[in-house]
Design a protein around this ligand. Sequence first.
Ligand code: SF4
Length: 193
Amino acid sequence: MKIRIEFDKGTCIGNKACLAMDFKRWKDVGDKVNLIGGKEITKNIFYLEGNYSKEEIDTITEGAKVCPVNAIAVKNLETGEYIYGTEIITDHAEEVGAEYDDSKEFQLDKEGYFLIRVDEKNKNIEVGLCREPNKVSLKVTGKKPIDIYHMIINKKKLNIRKDHCAYLGRELQKAYIALKKGIKYVQDDELKF
Ligand code: SF4
């Protein structure tokens, strides 16, 4: 089947998820990827057209689906329809306003609580899980939030509440930004730019 891979390199944030899924189509070029053989049709927009087998198209489409910023689309040139498009469809979405009252709705996680700090000298983020007050039973050190939360949530297989996982992600990202920008990180406090 003839398809076209469309790549918005300007949107790409370079996390290489597409490359991990489909190494034949993507090349690591540092903070972004290149679409191998792609032609730039307008600034930062690349197209690659060709005939591919069903298996190849499945792999290409999987590579597009894992892109967190919708930088890759796959179009069937025989029907003119997108196999995987980048347009966000909201027609049937349920819409709700977000609200939460920490003073009434907060629930302690039975698994424990996290202490988070930054090691400015070594540019590390350190997370301690306390199952008893002030006693760290697990210490995880890393440079990137994704490494740390995968270690805690998936690899150590801790049974952490979903809202606590979200809290951990938020604080790790704040710590990461603080280290990058050279500003002070205080757990549970806003970053002061
Ligand atoms: S998955 Fe998307 S953002 Fe990540 S490198 Fe590939 S194109 Fe770029």
